[in-house]
Design a binder for this molecule. Structure first.
Ligand code: NIG
Ligand code: FE
Length: 388
């Protein structure tokens, strides 16, 4: 067979939806990657010959992580704000404006270098698909260029002009929503796959978020939403009512919110890096899973509320703090992320899926949570190409 055979896999996470267990685990397994996709999966003893052979040495192999929520296009950092928070200050949406000022002042090349650096960090930690939002430009040109930069790194770009109201519109928030839904959307749409809004006290209310999402839908951009991050609110119910693919944060939920998510099949994307970095209570993943809600885990990598690019770190937090088993957390960071991006080509290692593959320096997926903070990713392939 042409392609690359990975053999002697101690534990293979397939996420095969036809399997009896959540992760579709196989032991003593092998996998062939050819023409960019998974071509064969089976017992190591039955593995076909291939041009190239990688001996996994009994270690674990899993699908590359699908990080369905990040804000990588920004300049500067907010370490001082983080330090102040750890000394007792609370997180507020207004900090976003600090990054907006720095981002507007940056060149395209500086922004692209920053995205490249963070995508590289992500890849080294096993992320093979990443969604990237705009949202730190907040002018027509700065949002469009943020998306143009993001597009160089991913097809999953998201227009987040409705992140906060920028200072120049302090006295005219309605005018800013009109800008977002009019000229800014027109400039952003050619470079975006999705549209998003931050539906939260201090950002946009549900009527404003609804206006943004419906303008996006008319421009051909399906919606996603930031909601119920800082307190209870209408965002999650709005996402369910609109049948959005995903609603993200979901930290403060009523029983009605949980039932609405379950009934709408909207993926709840949980972002534990945020609660780590803001010292807020973690979302209750156990409650969502027990209610039958689909859950994804993502980094929310951004300079304000979650400056981590590490999905293994998020998995460890989800297991320790959110009531998830290691298997549930790994599933949420792979198949869950793919569902949150409506991607059927990634998130599983079954024939026909993209050969986005991670070899761990550990014998099982459990070690992702069991050995937090260690360099646990040994090798990464995207589309069958070794990126290590
Ligand atoms: O997802 N919630 C809104 N936006 C980001 C935070 C951005 C920031 O603080 O710069 C988030 O947490
Ligand atoms: Fe976010």
């Amino acid at each position: 067979m042409t392609g690359t055979l990975i053999t002697n896999i101690g534990e293979l996470v397939t996420n095969d939806p036809a399997a009896d267990d959540l992760l579709g685990l196989r032991t003593d397994a092998a996998l062939v990657m050819a023409d960019g996709v998974v071509a064969w999966v089976g017992d190591a003893a039955d593995a076909p010959e291939a041009d190239r052979v990688v001996d996994a040495g009994g270690r674990a192999v899993l699908p590359g992580f699908v990080d369905s929520h990040s804000h990588l296009v920004f300049a500067g950092d907010r370490a001082a704000e983080f330090g102040a928070r750890m000394a007792g200050q609370s997180y507020a949406a207004g900090g976003i404006r600090t990054t907006v000022a720095a981002t507007r002042a940056a060149t395209d090349a500086e922004l692209a270098d920053q995205v490249a650096r963070l995508v590289g960090e992500m890849r080294g930690q096993g992320t093979t698909t990443v969604e990237i939002k705009s949202g730190y430009g907040l002018t027509v040109e700065d949002e469009a260029r943020s998306l143009r930069v993001a597009r160089r790194f991913t097809d999953d770009t998201t227009f987040l002009g409705a992140h906060v109201v920028p200072p120049e519109y302090d006295d005219d928030p309605a005018g800013y929503v009109a800008l977002v839904t009019g000229p800014m959307l027109a400039a952003a749409a050619p470079h975006a796959r999705w549209i998003d809004a931050f539906c939260e006290t201090g950002a946009f209310d549900d009527d404003q978020a609804r206006a943004v999402l419906s303008a996006g839908a008319e421009a051909g951009l399906p919606g996603r939403l930031h909601a119920n991050q800082l307190g209870p609110g209408p965002g999650v119910r709005l996402a369910a009512e609109l049948g959005l693919v995903a609603v993200d944060h979901c930290t403060y939920l009523s029983d009605d919110d949980v039932h609405a998510l379950r009934d709408a099949r909207t993926v709840a994307t949980l972002l534990p890096g945020v609660e780590f970095s803001t010292r807020q209570p973690y979302p209750d993943a156990r409650r969502l899973l027990d209610a039958g809600v689909r859950v994804a885990l993502a980094s929310d990598c951004n300079p304000g509320s979650s400056y981590t690019s590490s999905i293994p770190f998020c998995i460890a937090l989800a297991v320790r703090e959110m009531g998830m088993t290691p298997a549930e957390a790994v599933h949420a960071a792979t198949a869950g992320g793919a569902a949150a991006l409506a991607r059927t080509d990634v998130g599983a290692l079954v024939p026909g899926r993209r050969a986005d593959v991670v070899l761990l320096d550990a014998p099982s997926h459990v070690h992702l949570a069991y050995r937090p903070g260690v360099p646990i990713v040994a090798r990464v392939w995207t589309g069958g190409v070794d990126r290590t």
